[in-house]
Design a protein. Structure first.
Length: 247
């Protein structure tokens, strides 16, 4: 394995961990760039997701930003659907297409600057009739692709004015963790995974996530790093497009 993959994983974990994300879309981007087969990538990304999202959640929870009412309505339907998604054995071309869309979505978010500070005065109550079906959709897609769903949930919470930036980061971290558990269970039950083969990447991601989550809770400025990651995700999305053509 090319040694440059380790600092890249560290960078991914640092950037995503700073906004309460696990970084699965970033890990998938890096793995795609290094030629890993699509179906081999999802379980590895979810393992790293658990580590980094868990670290991020602890940092934001300890700082008092976690609100259960922003978490459980989405998690209630997303967790079972993420497990279903993990069990699905889809064709490589469909997987590559779904991953490409996810990477493009994440790249756009990062390039546009990510999360901005919200104002509590203008926040609106969460609507269960909207949150429950959205959670199910995010969970299914997340389980199939091998991401935690934070790249979809975070902008939604901000755009709908359901949470400010810090509350969003905390809720997203918890959401990502439970979805990653469910999705990983499905993947492991279907094809298994050898965690021992990934320990150097796990260590790199843990260190990046630990630093990123700490800095994120302390108003860490991430504009430049977000744009660097947006470039990586864009290149990986293009590679996924090429894979869909090949298949």
């Amino acid at each position: 394995m090319n040694e440059i993959i380790y600092p890249l994983f560290f960078l991914v974990a640092l950037v995503y961990g700073s906004v309460g994300h696990g970084g699965a879309s970033g890990y998938l981007a890096v793995l795609a760039l290094f030629g890993f087969a699509p179906k081999e990538m999802a379980a590895s990304a979810l393992i790293l997701n658990l580590l980094v999202a868990g670290t991020s959640f602890f940092a934001y929870w300890r700082s008092g930003y976690f609100s259960p009412k922003l978490f459980w309505p989405f998690a209630l339907t997303s967790v079972p659907m993420a497990m279903v998604g993990g069990f699905l054995d889809i064709s490589p071309v469909i997987y590559a297409g779904l991953l490409m869309v996810s990477l493009v979505f994440a790249a756009i978010r990062l390039a546009l600057g990510g999360l901005k500070n919200g104002d509590d005065e203008f926040l609106r109550p969460l609507s269960l009739s909207v949150a429950l079906p959205i959670g199910a959709g995010i969970g299914l897609l997340s389980g199939i692709v091998g991401v935690g769903g934070g790249i979809f949930l975070s902008p939604l919470l901000i755009m709908m004015r359901w949470a400010d930036a810090k509350q969003t980061a905390a809720a997203s971290a918890a959401f990502i963790w439970v979805n990653s558990c469910a999705g990983l269970y499905g993947h492991v039950a279907r094809q298994g995974v050898n965690v021992a083969d990934h320990w150097p990447l796990i260590l790199a991601a843990f260190l990046g996530g630990l630093i990123g989550s700490h800095l994120g809770a302390k108003q860490f400025k991430r504009a430049l790093l977000r744009r660097v990651m947006a470039g990586v995700l864009t290149v990986a999305a293009y590679k996924m497009l090429c894979m869909t053509v090949i298949f």
